[in-house]
Design a protein around this ligand. Structure first.
Ligand code: 13P
Ligand code: SF4
Length: 303
């Protein structure tokens, strides 16, 4: 039988590839990756990559697209073509253009969970790690923001600015599953546990949170916190990293069913085939990439 881990390592060396994996990837993918992170960290890593000839992006489509946009001389591979983020498909370019015509003075801030064509229509991008700072950095008091309605509301609370959501109803199907009632039950079982929640969760979930942040910010918070127990309100893949980095602490998912099926499509077998056959190559037409790159680069200029 083929030792997939050994074969992947061999192919990685032969092809001068680097493997980037999101915090929601399967444990075995996180363990074989060169770098595991949240969406801003992975984009930055991809942008700064010099040595490797190939970037294998174990995540979903929009993240791999951003890598291809930010480092166009590298081959960017997405091991599973169907690994899509449904939220990224909730915002069309037509909808952005319509909103821009209605609010010509409002800048368009887009969550990176969007397709390249949408980014090309935006002024600046953001992730869940920097949405508040990005919006604060703009002079405008009213901004158009999409596609995540929950992140829009969180950013509005934090910045005091008027945020017009695009579309009205954008959401993450996985984070929608978290409910404060489940947290209440878990808190009865683990009264000293700290509650960490991703800003893609509902406003009700934000109310029961002790900490709100991106996936890597949660990892940092858990490491630095004196707490010994944590209830985690984001996709379950992050528990592997949290437990690996903090073996003495305890982590409980806020809802067992919070699985992003798209993130889980990447398996060791698919990663192996991806490296071997150099597929699936992520290509963004340069006319679109040039505009999207500007919006992504502006994000990196915000501290
Ligand atoms: P992070 O940037 O926090 O890793 O989030 C990405 C994402 O898709 C959350 O669902
Ligand atoms: Fe998209 Fe939600 Fe999956 Fe993140 S968890 S990739 S937002 S579907």
């Amino acid at each position: 039988m083929l030792d997939l881990t050994a074969e992947i390592q061999k192919l990685k060396r032969e092809k001068k590839a680097v493997i980037l994996a999101h915090n929601y990837q399967r444990p075995e993918i996180q363990d074989i990756a060169d770098y595991v992170g949240d969406s801003i960290e992975l984009s930055r890593k991809a942008m700064q990559e010099k040595e490797a000839e190939m970037i294998v992006f174990c995540a979903v489509d929009f993240m791999a697209q951003s890598a291809a946009i930010l480092n166009p001389t590298k081959k960017v591979l997405l091991p599973t073509l169907g690994a899509r983020c449904p939220m990224a498909q909730m915002l069309t370019t037509d909808e952005i253009r319509r909103a821009k015509a209605q609010h010509p003075k409002a800048p368009v801030v887009l969550y990176v969970n969007t397709l390249a064509e949408a980014k090309a229509e935006s002024d600046i991008c953001c992730t869940s790690a920097n949405a508040v700072e990005v919006i604060k950095s703009l002079k405008a008091e009213t901004v158009l923001f999409g596609p995540d309605r929950n992140l829009a509301e969180y950013a509005a609370e934090k910045t005091g600015k008027t945020i017009i959501p695009l579309p009205q109803w954008g959401f993450c199907p996985t984070h929608l599953l978290f409910q404060p009632e489940d947290v209440k039950v878990l808190k009865q079982q683990h009264p000293s546990a700290v509650v960490m929640v991703h800003p893609e969760c509902s406003g009700e979930m934000r109310k029961v949170a002790d900490f709100i942040g991106s996936t890597s910010k949660m990892c940092r918070y858990a490491k630095e916190s004196m707490a010994q127990e944590f209830i985690v309100g984001t996709e379950e893949g992050i528990l592997h990293r949290l437990r690996k980095e903090n073996p003495e602490k305890k982590f409980f998912t806020a809802y067992e069913g919070a699985v992003c099926p798209n993130m889980k499509l990447t398996t060791l077998e698919r990663l192996y085939v991806s490296l071997k056959e150099e597929k699936h190559l992520v290509k963004v037409p340069e006319a679109v990439a040039a505009k999207a790159r500007k919006a992504l680069e502006r994000m990196f200029q915000v501290n």
